[in-house]
Design a protein around this ligand. Structure first.
Ligand SMILES: [Ca+2]
Ligand SMILES: [Ca+2]
Ligand SMILES: [Ca+2]
Length: 141
């Protein structure tokens, strides 16, 4: 099961990487470098290149972000791991208040985050709408 999930993560990462040549031996994550404005991040997340980030694309981003934050790989974010993303209010989604954030809670919070960002309520995030949260998404989170 763990192996399967790892494979899925790798597929997601490769998909997000787009046409880049795929040499990375590590099944981990997006660029480690913060990107001003999140322009490159938007392009990566917008997998079907329609200039909007839809719910599926946003959830894929959340999944990748979760794995990046889950340093010890136990499938949960504890206080220390959550502290890696200071000032990222949208990530504090401990739905059942038990002090840790599971992947389900984290990814599930994507719906809440999107609803908050989707100013024109068309169900997708434009570049402008996404730019409000891009610094958190692209940063060292
Ligand atoms: Ca899209
Ligand atoms: Ca963890
Ligand atoms: Ca929108």
């Amino acid at each position: 099961m763990t192996k399967l999930l790892g494979g899925m993560a790798l597929v997601a990462v490769l998909a997000l990487a787009g046409c880049e040549p795929p040499p990375p031996p590590r099944p981990v994550v997006v660029a480690p470098v913060p990107e001003a404005g999140g322009v490159a991040l938007f392009a990566r997340v917008d997998r079907n290149n329609d200039a909007y980030i839809d719910f599926i694309e946003f959830q894929a981003l959340q999944r990748i972000r979760f794995r990046r934050l889950d340093v010890d790989g136990n499938g949960m974010l504890g206080p220390a791991e959550l502290a890696q993303a200071p000032g990222d209010p949208v990530d504090r989604r401990d739905a059942n208040n038990d002090g840790v954030v599971t992947e389900a809670e984290f990814v599930g919070s994507g719906a809440v985050i999107m609803a908050r960002l989707d100013a024109n309520r068309d169900g997708a995030l434009s570049r402008e709408e996404f730019s409000r949260v891009a610094p958190f998404m692209a940063g060292r989170a």
